[in-house]
Design a protein around this ligand. Sequence first.
Ligand SMILES: Cc1cc2nc3c(=O)[nH]c(=O)nc-3n(C[C@H](O)[C@H](O)[C@H](O)COP(=O)(O)O)c2cc1C
Length: 365
Amino acid sequence: MDISNIPIKNRKDEHILLVSKENVESHTTTWLEHIKFVHNTLPELNMDDVDLSCKFLGKSISAPLIIGAMTGGTELTKKINISLAKAAQKYRIPMMVGSQRVILRHPETKGTFAAVRESAPDVPIVGNIGIAQVATSENFDYVEELITNISADALAIHLNVIQEVIQPEGDKIFSGAIKKVKALKEQYNIPIVIKETGCGISREVAQQLVEIGVDIIDVSGVGGTSWVAVEYYRAKKQGIKSKMDLGKLFWDWGIPTAASIIEVSSMVNNTSKIKIIGSGGIRDGIDIAKALRLGAHFAAMARPFLMVALEGQESIYQFIEKILRELRITMLLTGSKDIGELIKTPIVIESSLKNWIKQRNIEIK
Ligand SMILES: Cc1cc2nc3c(=O)[nH]c(=O)nc-3n(C[C@H](O)[C@H](O)[C@H](O)COP(=O)(O)O)c2cc1C
């Protein structure tokens, strides 16, 4: 899909263009490199014995890999959504759609999301809305439409405070959000995912989320796509120097993904049935294995899926096969027959991550 000459009709298309053409990755890493698996040279296991399968929202999936929330709302993003959904269906992995807020003002865009369910009838699909919308809503009757639009298995509410405050046209009202999420959850019998968008989630915030009974926390930490970087490039195009300066300053703000998974899992895994998605800079099968070993139940990738979707359908398939092969090899080399064994395999934690764990008084199992 060549998008260099597409007319930019709205913010979503502009985001797609910037995310695919500019270097919008954070300068700092996920810190997953501070984790070392202890190599098992005698795994007593065959490659074909390694089992990646698990369950997401009660549905069987082939591997703990999720296509992260990105698109919908325009003709371009409809094409991307369909390509990704076909891959989700073929490999039996879940997919999260991008923010569905646009549907509320432009109902004619519904089909750009509905196409996901049409192309992926059998896998878990997660809807999406922003926390600013939820925080300022007087009632949640509109949510029904978002759920039925894609026959959603769950609804994700994304936290993107940093992006909103950096862009002049962004929302600035966030107080009262927790109460509103609770009210939304009470009104609808649908699992709620709370997800960051690249700044990570702390143990303290996880505790608040446990208290209101959310079902899944997607940490989306620092180390991958930086939304501040995206806003920096938008400001550069618009020639707004003050916003460019803010972008440079906050480019790498947040909790690295490895630290965020440890934070959230230290709060969640002992006390509740909440599942954790490790995301933000997950780029290969070893990253997925490390995220799972630290306490995530699944791993999600966003930008890498966009890049291969723009190359074409076959590229998405090849990418998923490559990632799953890498995960399978990592499991073999740690002697892990399945995910249950992977999460118990020995690791050594080094450097900044070790320091973070110590200062935050977290115990690693
Ligand atoms: C092009 C693009 C659009 C995105 N749009 C959304 C969105 O609408 N809603 C959302 O919750 N997250 C959105 N995200 C954030 C991702 O879901 C993810 O949290 C973040 O990009 C970090 O993952 P990554 O490093 O694998 O890209 C978007 C990411 C990308 C790359």
